[in-house]
Design a protein. Structure first.
Length: 168
């Protein structure tokens, strides 16, 4: 596996096959990835449920937190984030997202799942605020960096799960 560079990522962007709804490519394109930005925040209202086959999976209800101004103050806790960007993971790659170092330095971090080959959507991640004083996030803040890793061999199938084309 190899991590795609900004040169390769820019080619995919030019082909209109990687990302839609970027706010500012010049700011978001990094040497080895793309910064993802905050569109919506949610807080959990109940427990979720997971099983082996997903037949009994129940996702918890969440409440959207309104931006009453450009800034939102989050207290210590766990929140769900939806990004602005619509991502189209190439079928010969996987995507991994990591928190930006500025988020970590403010006492918060992110958890993100693997983005399988062929995934498309406005993905969701978790923001965990550990700072006892909370954090203030501005609308469209850059929270995570998405990196793309090229697979050693093509997969037998591309992603076709429940979250395909989510939040579009």
């Amino acid at each position: 596996m190899a991590v795609l560079s900004d040169v390769e990522i820019k080619k995919l962007i030019r082909q209109n096959s990687l990302i839609e709804k970027m706010i500012d490519e010049a700011v978001q394109l990094q040497p080895a990835g793309i910064d993802l930005t905050l569109a919506e925040l949610f807080e959990f209202e109940e427990a979720g449920r997971l099983d082996f086959t997903n037949q009994e999976r129940v996702l918890p209800k969440c409440r959207k937190l309104p931006f009453n101004s450009e800034w939102m103050k989050l207290e210590s806790g766990v929140y769900k984030v939806v990004y602005n960007e619509i991502i189209h993971i190439p079928t010969d790659c996987i995507g991994l997202a990591f928190p930006r170092s500025s988020l970590l330095r403010c006492g918060a971090f992110m958890h993100c799942a693997v983005w399988d080959p062929g995934y498309e959507g406005r993905s969701e991640s978790l923001v965990v605020v550990s700072n006892k004083h909370g954090i203030k996030l501005k609308r469209n803040a850059r929270l995570a960096q998405l990196i793309l890793l090229k697979l050693a061999t093509p997969p037998k199938a591309k992603y076709s799960g429940k979250y395909l084309r989510e939040n579009i």
